[in-house]
Design a binder for this molecule. Structure first.
Ligand SMILES: [Zn+2]
Ligand SMILES: [Zn+2]
Length: 211
């Protein structure tokens, strides 16, 4: 088990009539809130190649069955030690970060690509691992109490790889409450990388807020 990464792709549709200026976000145009904005296209690590095309009618990027109908192919891949979004342009004129797309690119959070009629922003949803520590975490210090992580404990692992104890009444019913290592309850942000330490899935970057 490890931290889960899901790539999410948020489209922003461009104005009609050959206007190449990006329009306001659709939910601004219509007075809709960000919550009702188009659902992102999601690419998980076990999805293989995801074939997708721009659907002007519903203003979404939708999955299609194969490359022949697709504008783009996307796959979650590990390159080196990093998880990236493999990107295969299948229609002419595709741009990646405002330059013509190469036959293949590796995208990550904050990258964008231009397809016919829409710009799509790439981000990553993170679900932190919680559970028994993996072999490689054993002996490493908890970032909060600095007690080395032992086999029987339960930890939350930050996106940066640091672990923090998270023993609860459920996970350690035989350990007295005052003896449980529940450092996770004490820290809101990772002491190493300062990202939020939360068990709720969260976006590394929200393209709806930061444009
Ligand atoms: Zn600890
Ligand atoms: Zn961290």
């Amino acid at each position: 088990m490890e931290t889960q990464f899901l790539f999410e792709i948020y489209p922003v549709f461009l104005g009609n009539g050959g206007n190449s200026e990006p329009a306001h976000l659709p939910w601004h145009d219509t007075g809709e809130s960000a919550e009702s904005s188009p659902a992102p296209l999601v690419v998980g690590k076990d999805d293989g190649w995801v074939w997708a095309k721009v659907d002007e009618a519903t203003r979404h990027i939708v999955k299609v069955s194969g490359p022949e109908k697709a504008d783009v192919g996307l796959q979650s891949l590990v390159v080196g030690k990093k998880r990236v979004l493999g990107f295969l342009p299948l229609c002419p004129g595709t741009l990646v970060n405002a330059v013509p797309a190469l036959p293949f690119s590796a995208l990550t959070t904050r990258d964008n690509f231009l397809l016919p009629g829409c710009i799509a922003y790439v981000t990553t949803r993170i679900q932190l691992f919680v559970g028994r520590p993996s072999q490689e975490l054993l002996g490493r210090e908890c970032i909060f109490c600095q007690i080395p992580v032992e086999k029987g404990t339960r930890v939350v692992v930050c996106h940066c790889g640091q672990a923090v104890h998270c023993e609860t009444a459920d996970s350690h019913p035989d350990v007295a409450e005052e003896d449980r290592l529940c450092c996770f309850e004490q820290v809101k942000n990772c002491l190493a990388c300062s990202r939020a330490l939360t068990l709720e899935p969260y976006l590394l970057w929200d393209p709806r807020e930061n444009r």
